[in-house]
Design a protein around this ligand. Structure first.
Ligand code: SAH
Length: 354
């Protein structure tokens, strides 16, 4: 297989690469346009056939391929299983909203963070995704959705928003994540505004401090799930490495630098983190910060054995936060009829085809 994947390159890098092969800038721009539409070399019809063949001998396209998809009958949500070129699989989810369409992408195959309630981490991390593969998820979902008319949108682009909330810990794959964000925002590329991108992290404090200096003001989502260290350590091993005092300092610095409201994610687990006292602690923890708390109804993972808090308990927790003047909403669950918990489609497919 050709070594170099063209989707790993930014437009200036692609121009330079192809200039090295004697190709003018307009050819590189044509190739880039095709790559962003998800085309293979044989589909790049405004290039001479000999050039298409030469490119195919020298390079790979890179990115991902849609291995399988499921569409919700209820709300149109599309769940994708993406195949990487080495056969690894990751998931993505495209959700339709009034304001546009949000794609949830993965940043690693598996995950090594070990959260007790999460399906993605059950078998550890297999490998990091490259920047081109993450970009490939956006391109593949867009191309697929556009071709099948799966999404109706007044906007031209099928994907308007991105959340890095699929499998993997983006800040544990730092270089590729930063490179991906720079490529996906590029006006000459997909041009998706950083305002429309969320990065979710379990709280790798040193990496978050470094990320704050990158000048990439995405919406930061912090996976909190517990308001104090002792409890948090029982469900999130990362809490043993980075206590909440350190994580919250890094979050405050991010908020100060970007002026973006931070989102705290809190999945409610019955008898674990859903008592009235937890709501009070959570309210004190986030006091004074421009932020929003997103309560998540737990997607129960059978292997994890942690039950979700029932709807009445979720509502009581929400009210307890609201009474303490915390901006809070309960995450609407989408595509309930097509997915088990996050990461479970991949597991189901892997275990069906050993
Ligand atoms: N590693 C990153 C991003 C991936 S997980 C992070 O930890 O934020 C995306 C979100 O889904 C996180 O808030 C994570 O805690 C949450 N999550 C994981 N498993 C879940 C489950 N079974 N039910 C509900 N939310 C879950």
């Amino acid at each position: 297989m050709a070594e170099k994947a063209l989707l790993e390159l930014s437009l200036p890098e692609l121009r330079e690469e192809l200039a090295g092969k004697g190709l003018p800038k307009f050819r590189a721009d044509q190739v880039y346009g095709w790559l962003l539409r998800g085309a293979g070399f044989d589909e790049m019809t405004n290039l001479p056939k000999s050039l298409r063949e030469a490119l195919a001998r020298e390079y790979r396209v890179g990115g991902v391929r849609v291995e399988r998809f499921l569409q919700s009958q209820k709300d149109g949500t599309v769940k994708f299983l993406f195949a990487l070129e080495d056969g690894n699989l990751v998931e993505g989810v495209l959700m339709r909203h009034d304001y546009g369409n949000t794609l949830c992408i993965s940043s690693q195959v598996g995950c090594r963070m070990g959260c007790a309630f999460c399906a993605s981490t059950l078998e550890g991390k297999v490998r990091d995704l490259t920047a081109g593969e993450m970009l490939g998820e956006v391109i593949a979902a867009s191309a697929y959705a556009a071709a099948r008319g799966l999404v109706r949108t007044r906007e031209e682009r099928p994907v308007t928003n991105i959340v890095m909330m699929g499998s993997g810990e983006p800040l544990d794959n730092y270089e590729n994540t930063v490179r991906f964000l720079r490529m996906v925002r590029d006006e000459k590329g997909l041009g998706i505004s950083l305002r429309n991108i969320s990065l979710s992290t379990c709280g790798l404090a040193p990496a978050l401090r470094r990320f704050t200096q990158e000048g990439l003001p995405v919406t930061l989502s912090l996976s909190l799930h517990a308001p104090e260290d002792a409890l948090r350590s029982t469900i999130m091993p990362v809490a043993k490495a980075y206590p909440l005092s350190e994580v919250m300092d890094a979050v405050r610095a991010y908020e100060a630098k970007t002026s973006r409201r931070v989102v705290f994610e809190y999945a409610l687990m019955a008898g674990v983190n859903d008592r009235p006292g937890h709501a009070a602690q959570l309210a004190s923890l986030v006091r004074g910060l421009r932020c929003h708390v997103n309560l998540i109804p737990l997607n129960p993972v059978p292997e994890c054995g942690i039950p979700g808090t029932p709807p009445a308990g979720i509502e009581a927790f929400r009210r307890a936060l609201e009474e303490r003047h915390v901006s809070v909403t309960v995450r609407r669950s989408m595509g309930e009829d097509i997915e088990g918990a996050c990461g479970q489609l991949r597991r189901r497919v892997l275990h069906a085809n050993p």
